[in-house]
Design a protein around this ligand. Sequence first.
Ligand code: SF4
Length: 66
Amino acid sequence: MTAVKIVVDHAKCTGLGICESIAEDVFEVTDDGSLNLLAQDICPSRRAEMQEVIDSCPTEALTLVD
Ligand code: SF4
């Protein structure tokens, strides 16, 4: 199985941290409010969880790439 990746549109992200609250091992909002991706290659078994994160982002800043 191929890893999935998350792409962040930093122009849309407002740093609210909802993504971090769902998967803190993948998403980290820094003190200055920007988003860091802590994992580049995410196990495909977590695809549904990542889709939940994407659906929960209020600014639609996240995209899943297979
Ligand atoms: S939930 Fe969306 S807007 Fe909020 S920090 Fe994550 S990517 Fe940015």
